[in-house]
Design a protein around this ligand. Structure first.
Ligand SMILES: [Cu+2]
Length: 185
């Protein structure tokens, strides 16, 4: 029972550590896509972008995906794009760690919300795979023996010593009284 639970916990931890190491394709804005009605700072919050992941921009005609500098991103300056695409389906592979900035190159669209900044982290290949097994070993091994051994060994031992000692005292005093009674007569 305990070994099967530990096995399941290890399997879950292995799956959890394996999933982030796989390359993820992030559809920008999810089902809404690359549009003016999406707050992309909200969309990126809680997401961790790592090297090897891909950004997929889906949008209709009349929009572009321009990669821009940090200053052009913050000021919504169009026309200085590093790269630009208007195909309707733009995939951006995140090949290096650092910040990436994307805006729509159509005048006014960036100011209406079509701006995306992502922070790309180095792919954590060694750090998570090394730490979960050690923490899994301590968390799974620690509660199992204490919950099993503590009630079975200490509780009956303490209750038996508590219930036995008055009997022993009574038995000894009875024996002493009997011995004195026999000795007296
Ligand atoms: Cu646009």
């Amino acid at each position: 029972m305990a070994s099967s639970v530990a096995g399941i916990v290890c399997l879950i931890l292995l799956l959890c550590s394996a999933i982030p190491s796989l390359a993820t394709v992030y559809t920008v804005g999810d089902s809404t896509g690359w549009a003016m009605s999406v707050d992309y700072s909200t969309w990126t919050s809680g997401k961790t972008f790592v090297v090897g992941d891909t950004l997929a921009f889906n949008y209709g005609s009349g929009h572009t995906v321009d990669e821009v500098s940090a200053s052009d991103y913050s000021t919504c300056t169009v026309g200085n794009a590093i790269t630009s695409d208007s195909s309707g389906s733009t995939t951006i592979p995140l090949k290096a760690a650092g910040k990436r900035y994307f805006i729509c190159g159509v005048m006014g669209h960036c100011g209406s919300g079509m701006k995306l900044a992502v922070t790309v982290s180095a792919a954590p290949t060694t750090t998570p795979s090394g730490t979960p097994p050690s923490s899994a070993g301590t968390t799974t091994s620690r509660p199992t023996p204490t919950t099993v051994t503590t009630p079975s060994s200490s509780v009956p031992a303490s209750s038996s010593s508590v219930t036995l000692s008055p009997f022993v005292v009574v038995l000894i005093s009875f024996c002493v009284a009997l011995f004195n009674f026999v000795k007296g007569t």
